[in-house]
Design a protein around this ligand. Sequence first.
Ligand code: NAD
Ligand code: DAU
Length: 336
Amino acid sequence: MKIVVTGGAGFIGSNFVQYEVNRYPEDEIINLDLLTYAGNLESVAPVADKKNYRFVRGDIADRAFVFDFFEKEKPDIVINFAAESHVDRSITDPEVFVRTNVVGTTTLLDACRTYGIKRYHQVSTDEVYGDLPLDRPDLFFTEETPLHTSSPYSSAKAAADLFVQAYHRTYGLPVTISRCSNNYGPYHFPEKLIPLVISRALNNEEVPVYGEGKNVRDWLYVTDHCSAIDLVVRKGRVGEVYNIGGHNERSNLEVVQTILRALNKPESLIHFVKDRPGHDLRYAMDPTKIETELGWKPEYTFDTGIPVTIDWYLNHRDWWEHIVSGEYQKYFEKMY
Ligand code: NAD
Ligand code: DAU
């Protein structure tokens, strides 16, 4: 089968490309990525020379390019990871989020219905459900929870999900959607909380914690997200949404303290800064459907995944140091 993975040079996409290329030598994996600030071909270097892998640079929101690409490649499966993914960037510059996350998705959907595909899979997020209160640990997001977004990022992701569902109902396109909680692990761009804390603490730099650090996220090791998507694409029911999460809720302060302890760094590095506008309080996924229907089980807990992640950053200093010293640094200074 010919599988197009969009956004395969980003954090989760690059982990997924490596997962698929190694696991399915009989399939052909095409990584279609624009290489924005978040795209990095070093993240797919371990599979770059494999016979069943190819990279194509292109913009999913460029209709002429996408239709030419489909005409030439005629993919069997499209898995759409490509997105603008950082909430803080969506607050300062929402427009590109509409372009890539909404227009990009509908452009792919139009190409899929024009050329025909066996499956279109949309990689979505728990953020489309909004947030849960901090004082109701009994509440979780299910697939039936109404969409109720907070940021320009989550609004654009929710709009994309609705288009995917509309193309299924109106045109009969064979689609699936997965909605996952916060990922962490190798190749995570150091603007996001966990790699930001690891990289800054290793350089003995202050670590910014928004507000009082009480907001809660539900953390999943990235390869567990990859195995879940693989299952949904190959075995999930067409037209369905599957929530993905591993019940690993931690407050941001707990996350930061855990990392500082593991690195033997002092808590005096913690610097409480102005809160994110509209900051979602708590995310927590109920993954019962994917567990019972598809037999998915995560391999890592937060306590086992964090040491593995820290080791990866210690052993791959080159990967993140050149990001931190480049364009990202200018962005970081503008934000803080
Ligand atoms: P990322 O920002 O690390 O990577 C995004 C990739 O998309 C980059 O390689 C970038 O170059 C590419 N891209 C951006 N615009 C493009 C365009 N117009 N055309 C083609 N490629 C383009 O993102 P990520 O954290 O790996 O997230 C991947 C997907 O998973 C996103 O759809 C995101 O909404 C979703 N998601 C992320 C998380 C998380 O915790 N990071 C959790 C749940 C869902
Ligand atoms: O829940 C899934 C989402 O997780 C994905 O859809 C997004 O693409 C992904 O970026 C992530 O969004 P978050 O906003 O939760 O991740 P981020 O790493 O930006 O922030 C995690 C938490 O840490 C959040 O509550 C904000 C806080 N934070 C973040 C940064 C960057 C800080 O306190 N300090 C920081 O410097």
